[in-house]
Design a protein. Structure first.
Length: 129
């Protein structure tokens, strides 16, 4: 799948964000190795600990449908600059992706930036299977 197409899907997912507290809408489009795309949006809660990020939403949807082989994720927001995964999302993803899994962000010029997962988690806490 083309990177720009995955970004557009992520941007479309933002419209489902529930963000009455931060007013930051985040969308994610998770691409599996088989070519299927799962989307997610951030869903906030007055009890902030119950909030779930767009990235984890997409992963939970995919995992709960039996997917376990992931290629890339595009993450977009209304902030106008790259919105990298938070620490919880990074640790969550570490459980299910390989170091070469691609994270696609969009900079303030609207250009995609593609980095391997290992860029975000150079010394991950991972239990090897």
């Amino acid at each position: 799948m083309d990177i720009n197409e995955l970004i557009k899907i992520s941007e479309s997912a933002q419209k489902f964000s529930y963000s009455p507290y931060s007013h930051i809408t985040v969308g994610a489009a998770l691409l599996t190795k088989s070519g299927k795309v799962y989307t997610g949006a951030n869903i906030e809660n007055a009890s902030y600990g119950a909030t779930i990020c767009a990235e984890r939403t997409a992963f939970v949807k995919a995992l709960s449908e039996g997917e376990h082989d992931f290629e890339a994720i595009a993450i977009t927001s209304n902030l106008g600059h790259e919105t990298a995964p938070c620490g919880i999302c990074r640790q969550f993803m570490d459980e299910f992706v390989k170091d070469d899994f691609k994270i696609i962000l969009v900079n303030k010029e609207g250009e995609p930036s593609v980095r391997p997962f290992s860029y975000f988690m150079p010394d991950s806490f991972r239990i090897e299977n």
